[in-house]
Design a protein around this ligand. Structure first.
Ligand SMILES: *Cc1c(COP(=O)(O)O)cnc(C)c1O
Length: 359
């Protein structure tokens, strides 16, 4: 069985050493020493001024929306994981979809202005599959119309933009450290901002709004994460260079063995150093994509239709026309990619795909 992705498991002994420490200290959660250490190590690795470790990537998005006090309409992408839209709706705002750029699969910045109304408060865009949005164009629009920008950078651990961590961009950038992501802490998420006041507000929100034991700064939620999760995060972070290098060589190998396959890949945005987190391919039609998926499944290989359907088709959303997103959603597959996927397994996947095409 070859799944589309598999969680990375660091050496057990290392994790157990951290767990021994947790037992000795008898400190499980509420801003413990491992959570602090993990935040410092993440900041150091990513070369960021501020960040907060939270309990998942969806909470990170919701805390970001809450901290920016967004109201009304939020312009967003129809081509992302459902959490990008659900967190907007959960926070009482209305998602307004702007179709994607068919080359990069990210929100089409040239179509954003037309979607802005007097009720628009922000742009929430996903750097899809680890590829940067047109950050410069989005920033210019945000400044012109005084909108806030949140980036859902759940796929972007290790991606850089103009030589800096991509998490530096936007008013707030969020990521997910879920088990299926390239860098993980079983469950987990991060909010990043350059703004110290915003950081403070998000720190209060993460901890029920507590400002000391008997005082509250405002409404909050439980967005904290535990010592056990931080322990796993610390172990995976130790291996992140190897994980990123393996992804890169696996992507290069797919490029080589699939060069005669009639598909296209997303175009990497200018100034973006891609983290090779995913290997999406876009087929000429839905028919070929589904035939390829079926054939792979016969051999117990599970590619995924990421992201199908477009979020603009969700049943709790006023449906919107997003032609490019709908067309890509129906004709895209993400091929398996994870740490111990072998070259031989990749070769087998390529042989099956080429056979479907040449039949
Ligand atoms: C995984 C993911 C999320 C949600 O993160 P969780 O940690 O699972 O809550 C949000 N947005 C995108 C684009 C994702 O891929």
């Amino acid at each position: 069985m070859i799944p589309v992705t598999k969680p990375y498991f660091p050496p057990k002994e290392k994790l157990f050493t951290y767990i021994d420490g947790i037992y000795k200290r008898e400190w499980l959660t509420n801003n413990g020493p491992l959570v602090n250490e993990f935040e410092l190590r993440l900041k150091d690795y990513l070369d960021l001024k501020h960040l907060l470790y939270v309990n998942n990537g969806t909470m990170a998005l919701q805390i970001a929306i809450k901290a920016l006090e967004l109201k009304g309409e939020i312009i967003t992408t129809p081509f992302s994981y459902v959490a990008t839209t659900s967190s907007i709706v959960w926070e009482g705002c209305k998602p307004v979809y702007v179709d994607i750029d068919e080359r990069t699969l990210n929100i089409n910045a040239s179509k954003i202005e037309a979607a802005i109304t007097k009720d628009t408060s922000a742009i929430l865009a996903t750097h899809c599959f680890g590829n940067a949005c047109d950050i410069d164009a989005i920033q210019a629009i945000a400044e012109k119309f005084k909108l806030k920008v949140i980036y859902d950078a759940a796929h972007c651990f290790g991606t850089k933009y103009r030589g800096r961590s991509i998490f530096e961009y936007g008013d707030i950038s969020t990521t997910s450290l879920h088990a299926t992501k390239l860098m993980h802490s079983v469950e987990g998420g991060v909010v990043v901002t350059q703004n110290a006041d915003l950081l403070k507000r998000m720190a209060y929100i993460r901890n029920f709004g507590h400002d000391g034991p008997e005082k509250y700064n405002g409404v909050g939620i439980n967005g904290k994460n535990s010592e056990f999760h931080a322990a796993m995060g610390l172990c995976v972070l130790d291996d992140i260079k190897v994980i990123l290098a393996t992804r890169k060589s696996q992507c290069d190998h797919y490029d080589l063995i699939l060069k005669n396959l009639n598909v296209r890949k997303p175009v990497i945005q200018n100034f973006c150093e891609f983290n090779s987190a995913y290997y999406p391919i876009i087929f000429e039609s839905e028919e070929v994509a589904l035939a390829s998926k079926n054939e792979l499944e016969k051999f117990e290989i599970s590619p995924r239709r990421y992201f199908y359907p477009s979020l603009s088709k969700l049943n709790y959303i006023q449906s919107a026309v997003t032609e490019v997103s709908d067309s890509i959603a129906s004709s895209i597959l993400c091929l398996p990619i994870y740490q111990d996927l072998s070259k031989e397994e990749q070769d087998m996947i390529a042989r099956i795909l080429l056979r479907v095409q040449n039949n």
